[in-house]
Design a protein around this ligand. Structure first.
Ligand SMILES: Cc1ncc(C[n+]2csc(CCOP(=O)(O)OP(=O)(O)O)c2C)c(N)n1
Ligand SMILES: [Mg+2]
Length: 675
């Protein structure tokens, strides 16, 4: 066991480095980092198991930071473990540095998740804990049962509503591989926590099925004891409430205590306060970026221990792999995002189906052929039709993770965060379903999945006002425009941050699911109809789907007008085209499952589908802006018919009539346009 003096010295070293980084950057958050230093030091020097020579080792323990503003704490710790250099942490918050203001996922450097939006980070840990249990059940590889998933949460994360959902899921599923540390320092950004909450947090977590202990979060011996206890808990997740001191060890310019002050939350200590603090902690204010020799030795020793511990685990893994070569190969494929050959052509799509049902057929095939896929639904599986997947498997349950369906309950944001966590863990493909209108509840997580380039699949049914009788609360209008903005936003790899697909019929739905599965570098959204849709005309080559937009079968050469839409509006256009043809008008119909994808095609292809100067008529059940880009370079009389108000409660066929989504209106609009 490491001696307490060295351990406290190491924690002070972390405090010094954190304060120094923020001071040098002239911005950042020293207070929380200084308070959490003792916990993170004990965790990394005595508990968290990784392989120093193989950072991406599948069986490593994982640490998910929720309060990303405590980045300096994590960077300081990872400097002690050798994943960052002093030079790099001196570049905190600077252009091009690996030490951005809030941590960004980089497994190689030991950063398991991007964090910043409070609450989400610890919810990812719940997903990762599920992934570990699932992989253990699916592979039998003993390594996954030995993993511990650690989460670090602060007052802000506890206050965020997602913490309720995450805790409910973890408690219900009995995730005893999950250990969470709550840095309860009674201080937040602008107030003491007592101003905004009087909650008994321990009681909440106990009520949700967790085991809870409370400790002095700055006491090495208590932290150590609590971590040992937490790891021994069976059948439930463990919460350690650590009462920490904000700005632990900080002094003001006049030498008085600077602890427990909101002012240290988000600003450099500054001037003499900084100098006094560093001196008080045993550092040199003129040369603060140092690792103390005894601390370096502590982490040298840990490095050697880790090498040995990891080697033992690898030996166990190798023995398992030798006995189960097929499963071991499969596991390697899963972590490398390699899919097996999938029998897409075997999927029998019925004509005239709703695309949510078509999606269900695809999910049924995937459930049978993609053993590392977990599908979730926020209590709508029989409506969003993710039950196609569920029917081929069973639900994940406390003590039994051999199924592959995650019943998330009515908590869309929690579900979306848990899916992120599964993807971050690695080895698992995640999909989740709900009504499209409730994607609004998921947006904060979509953004993070997009930023982290995680290929979560979103299955959003009831894609337009044709939800009908349920009325305007349930009818998405602006959602498609919102989500398609993510196709315009590029990720740091230079690609669209999300792929958004809205299939025009059941056959196109299969192609969209195929694209979703092939996409391993960004999230994919599938926007699916509630109502049945007439199939596209005979002769349609659905291979065009992968180009984002394509000319559907039966279109006329040298068209007088090009009709453009996505989803079920394409079939309305096809019906309108029939009426127009009776008047001798030559019509081309273009299906645009993804404009984002279409814009990635070469100019010649784009020109071949919608030649410049064409007369365009677009039809969208969302805001007209969905198709506005097709008016650029088009003939001036071109127009778009969309929906510019909330929907209404009525049978959907009545709504189609009232809102102008009929073949007759397409005919009337185009005639007027061509006149
Ligand atoms: C979703 C979200 N809302 C608001 C913020 C801005 N913010 C950053 S830290 C913070 C307060 C955090 O208090 P606490 O978690 O107790 O951290 P401490 O002050 O103890 O470091 C706030 C409001 C955020 N990062 N995420
Ligand atoms: Mg706090």
């Amino acid at each position: 066991m490491n001696d307490i003096h060295t351990m406290n010295h190491a924690a002070d070293n972390i405090r010094i480095l954190a304060a120094a980084m923020v001071e040098k950057a002239k911005s950042g958050h020293p207070g929380g980092a200084m308070g959490g230093a003792d916990f993170i030091n004990v965790l990394y020097s005595e508990f968290l198991l990784s392989d120093p020579d193989r950072p991406t080792w599948e069986g490593r323990d994982r640490f998910y930071l929720d309060p990303g503003h405590m980045a300096p704490m994590l960077y300081a710790e990872l400097t002690l473990t050798g994943r960052f250099s002093i030079d790099e942490i001196m570049q905190l918050r600077q252009w091009g540095s690996p030490t951005p203001g809030h941590p960004e996922v980089c497994i190689e450097r030991g950063i398991e998740n991007s964090s910043g939006p409070l609450g989400q980070g610890h919810a990812y840990a719940v997903g990762a804990a599920i992934a570990a249990k699932f992989l253990s059940a699916k592979t039998g590889n003993p390594t996954f049962a030995r993993e511990t998933i650690y989460a670090y949460i602060s007052d802000g994360g506890i206050q965020e509503e997602v913490s309720l959902g995450a805790a409910r899921v973890a408690g219900t599923l009995g995730l005893d591989n999950l250990v969470m540390f709550y840095d309860a320092n009674d201080i937040q950004l602008s107030t003491a926590t007592s101003v905004v909450t009087s909650e008994d947090v321990a009681a909440r977590y106990k009520a949700l099925g967790w085991q809870v202990t409370e400790i002095d979060g700055n006491d090495v011996a208590e932290i150590r004891r609590a971590l040992n206890w937490a790891k021994s808990v069976e059948g439930a997740p463990a919460l350690i409430i650590g009462h920490c001191v904000m700005g632990k060890g900080a002094l003001q310019a006049d030498g008085s205590s600077y602890e427990r002050s909101c002012k240290t939350h988000g600003a450099p200590l500054g001037g003499d306060a900084y100098r006094n603090t560093i001196t008080h902690l045993g550092g040199n204010p003129d040369d603060a970026f140092q690792i103390f020799p005894d601390v370096a030795a502590l982490y040298e020793k840990r490095l050697a221990e880790l090498r040995q511990l990891a080697a033992e685990r690898h030996k166990e893994e190798d023995a398992w792999a030798a006995q189960h070569p097929e499963t071991a190969k499969m596991q390697a494929d899963w972590f490398a995002c390699r899919l097996p050959q999938l029998p897409w052509d075997s999927i029998q799509q019925k004509a005239g189906e709703a695309t949510r049902n078509a999606s269900s057929q695809c999910l049924a095939m995937l459930a049978q052929h993609v053993p590392n896929m977990i599908c979730a639904s926020a209590d709508l599986s029989n409506s969003d039709k993710t039950d196609g997947f569920l029917k081929q498997t069973h639900e994940l349950q406390r003590g039994d993770f051999s199924g592959a369906f995650f019943q998330a309950g009515v908590s869309e944001l929690t579900m979306a965060c848990v899916c992120i966590g599964m993807e971050l863990h690695g080895g698992v493909i995640s999909a989740c379903g709900t009504f499209f209108v409730f994607s609004d509840y998921m947006k904060p997580a979509l953004r993070m999945a997009a930023l982290m380039e995680l290929p979560v699949k979103y299955v959003w049914s009831h894609d337009a006002f044709r939800v009908g009788e349920d009325g305007p609360t349930h009818e998405p209008v602006e959602q498609e425009a919102q989500i398609r903005l993510m196709e315009k936003l590029h990720n740091h790899s230079g690609r669209p941050s999300m792929l958004v697909l809205r299939p025009a019929d059941s056959m196109e739905a299969t192609e969209c699911w195929r694209l979703a599965m092939e996409n391993t570098t960004s999230p994919t959204a599938l926007l699916l109809s509630r109502q049945g849709i007439e199939n596209l005309p005979a002769g349609t080559d659905y291979a065009g789907t992968r180009r984002g937009a394509y000319v559907v079968g039966g279109s006329d050469a040298q068209p007088d007008v090009i009709l453009v839409a996505s989803g079920s509006e394409v079939s309305t256009l096809c019906a309108g085209a029939q009426l127009l043809r009776k008047d001798g008008i030559r019509v081309r119909v273009v299906s645009v499952p993804s404009e984002g994808l279409f814009r990635q095609q070469d100019a010649a292809y784009q020109e071949s589908v919608v030649p410049r100067g064409s007369r365009i008529f677009g039809l969208t059940a969302g805001l007209p802006v969905n198709l506005q880009a097709f008016l650029v370079g088009a003939a001036p009389e071109s127009r778009i018919w969309g929906l510019e108000s909330f929907g209404f409660s009525a049978p959907y066929k009545v709504l189609d009539q009232k809102l102008g989504f009929t073949a007759e209106n397409v005919y009337a609009q185009v005639k007027e346009m061509l006149a």
